[in-house]
Design a protein around this ligand. Structure first.
Ligand code: CP
Ligand code: NVA
Length: 303
């Protein structure tokens, strides 16, 4: 496959190979450095939204693999406004060997992928965040030594992160529970799509049911980028889904906590949990680097 747009575009065995590659690249880096398998190659990073982890992990990933990365801010490109998506895709294809894009509309990603002759990587859209899900699977795998059969509970807004986690849970054989309030759940078509992938899925507006016995507890912001106008309304709806010590006590005693970050401490997660003994938040953030390297090598090295 030329691009990395959705977790669900890849088969279970392809994703397992990608995870294995991430483990290998992490070990290689920890043992003195990665081989320059992307020497002379350049990744264009197109951003319509802010980023810390995605930008830094892809840029540092390219440097560690012998290549370079180019940050293109919203002002510079004006994707679909200053210049059409097909034109941006073809211009970049003439100069760089890969494109990573963070966009609002998922159509912009499929448009870039359709017109670019080089690989296109989804660095988050309003629909999904597949690179994050790969780092999350790596983190869970490192902690438990396996993925199949674990219960992953997601508490909060059914959003882009949730979407890719559902696809990853399906492909890697985790059970997935979504605890989201009414009005903030995916529609039935999307739930049916997740079930069609074979995931053992529970959707509930009861946070206690969602978290019950979970091995992994996951949360994300109540207000995603682009939804800022709804923030005060959302602050009224979501407090029962806050991952705090009381709620976490309903998960399995050995449960670990993940959050893609940035965290809004005191909203979806409390300091006691984010900085507590069950938190894997910063291992998870660091794993963006290793998971993203695997995607870069898989798509750009010709291997
Ligand atoms: N988790 C994540 O994608 O972080 P950034 O928005 O900082 O890239
Ligand atoms: N759901 C969040 C994820 C940020 C990495 C957002 O889209 O803002």
């Amino acid at each position: 496959m030329k691009d990395f747009l959705e977790v669900g575009d890849y088969s279970a065995s392809e994703l397992e190979a990608l995870l294995k590659l991430a483990v290998q690249l992490k070990l290689e880096w920890q043992s003195g450095g990665n081989r320059p398998v992307l020497g002379g190659k350049v990744l264009a990073m197109v951003f319509q939204k802010a980023s810390l982890r995605t930008r830094v992990s892809f840029e540092v990933g390219m440097l560690h693999l012998g290549g370079n990365a180019l940050y293109l801010s919203p002002q510079e490109i004006g994707l679909g406004q200053r210049e059409s998506i097909p034109d941006v895709a073809r211009v970049l294809s003439g100069m760089v060997q890969g494109i990573m894009a963070r966009v609002f509309s998922p159509d912009h990603l499929t448009g870039l992928a359709q017109w670019a002759t080089v690989p296109v990587i989804n660095g988050l859209s309003d629909k999904s965040h597949p690179c994050q899900a790969m780092a999350d699977m790596l983190t869970i795998y490192e902690h438990f030594g396996h993925l199949r059969g674990l219960k992953l509970a997601y508490l909060g807004d059914s959003n882009n992160v949730t979407y890719s986690l559902a696809e990853a849970a399906a492909r890697f054989g985790l059970k997935f529970a979504i605890g989201s309030p009414q009005g903030y759940q995916f529609n039935e078509t999307t739930h049916a799509y997740f079930r069609s992938l074979g995931v053992d899925l529970l959707v509930t507006d009861d946070p206690l049911k969602a978290i019950d016995g979970a091995d992994v507890v996951y949360t994300d912001t109540w207000t995603s980028m682009g939804q800022e106008a709804e923030a005060s309304e959302r602050r009224k709806v979501f407090p029962p889904y806050q991952v705090n010590p009381d709620l976490l006590a309903k998960a399995a005693p050995h449960a670990v906590v993940l959050h893609c970050l940035p965290a809004h401490r005191g909203e979806e997660i409390t300091d006691a949990v984010a900085d507590g003994p069950q938190s894997l938040l910063f291992q998870q953030a660091a794993n963006r680097l290793h998971a993203q390297k695997a995607i870069l090598v898989r798509l750009m090295s010709g291997r």
